[in-house]
Design a protein. Structure first.
Length: 315
């Protein structure tokens, strides 16, 4: 039996990943159809302005960025107010997300449009705002991808402040989706299994991952994905942490998995390298000191948390 890091009492690991700091009171049970329209009329409403995978940030000083705009300030950014979604309330004031058609090269002075990944890797906004961004980005992307009914092909329109679309032709209701992905660290003895995809930066390795398929449990998805990508057999699976991942609307489900075999056969369509790393090696990688230049994903990524928590647990 493997000793999983979660055998020790610890703070909720999900609170340490990026995009998890959302403090918005969603008030999901009271979302009126015109909730976003009415929220936009509040003078204290705060707006996240999003477009093409980027968020507009106001430059307020050296390395100081503010992701929130008033309705008045957002008017200069070619915002589609009619498609605003109400994320909820924070500090009693409404928080909305709106999409913008503005060219990132044509922004007013003092405003930058930064892609979501850079916003988190470069730590440009606080974790609460980053959590709101995860909610807003997922919703805005879902609306953009679901303008037509999947049943009859008719046009759909937004309801419930952005938490529903209804088909004008057949009346079918459509709700925002979240796509579950399992991401897992397979462990065997004092080693863990890491791989690199063909699109990874030089030296970068990470946990294996893949979408949960219909009719599948989290545990079954972990076993199937690891078997497909590496041919490693898995026994026990244990959940550790999750991460909202707005690319476009994924929930990463982080697990540890007990490997019951050691011989790796790589799926070359998915990975270009996959091997066992010792805990001592992983500790060097976390400090960016591995002699062969191997590196783990950046802090805030759930893969980093899975790797870090195992590396720092007692062997
Ligand atoms: Zn329809």
């Amino acid at each position: 039996m493997i000793a999983f890091p979660l055998d020790e009492p610890r703070a909720e690991a999900s609170l340490r990943v990026a995009f998890s700091g959302n403090l918005i009171d969603r008030q999901a049970e009271t979302r009126a159809d015109d909730a976003a329209v009415r929220a936009l009329e509040c003078l204290d409403a705060r707006l996240l302005v999003l477009g093409e995978g980027r968020i507009c940030l106001r430059i307020e000083g050296e390395d100081a960025f503010n992701p929130y705009f008033s309705r008045h300030d957002a008017e200069a950014l070619a915002v589609r107010f009619g498609e605003a979604v109400l994320l909820g309330h924070e500090g009693g004031a409404p928080v909305l997300a709106v999409s913008s058609d503005i060219d990132p090269e044509a922004l007013p002075k003092g405003i930058k449009a930064i892609d979501y990944r850079s916003v988190y890797i470069q730590d440009l906004i606080d974790r609460t705002a980053l959590g709101a961004l995860a909610q807003g980005a997922a919703l805005v992307a879902w609306h953009q991808n679901h303008r037509f009914c999947g049943r009859c092909g008719g046009e759909t329109e937004m309801r419930a402040g952005g938490y529903k679309r209804v088909c004008r032709a057949c009346g079918r209701e459509h709700f925002p989706r979240t796509d579950p992905v399992v991401i897992m660290l397979a462990l065997r003895g004092d080693t863990c299994l890491l791989g690199r995809g063909p699109h990874f930066a030089p030296g970068a390795v990470s946990c294996l991952a893949g979408f949960v398929e219909p009719g599948e449990t989290i545990e079954a998805a972990v076993r199937r994905e690891i078997a497909e990508e590496s041919s490693i057999a898995i026994g026990q699976v244990a959940y550790h942490a999750s991460q909202p991942w707005p690319f476009p609307y994924t929930l990463m489900i982080g697990c540890y998995a007990e490997a019951t075999s050691t011989a790796i056969v790589i799926d070359e369509n998915e990975l270009e390298e996959c091997r066992w790393f010792s805990r001592a090696e992983v500790r060097l990688m976390l400090e960016d000191k591995h002699p062969e230049g191997y590196r783990v994903p950046p802090g805030g990524a759930i893969a980093n948390i899975l790797i870090r928590d195992w590396a720092s647990s007692v062997s």
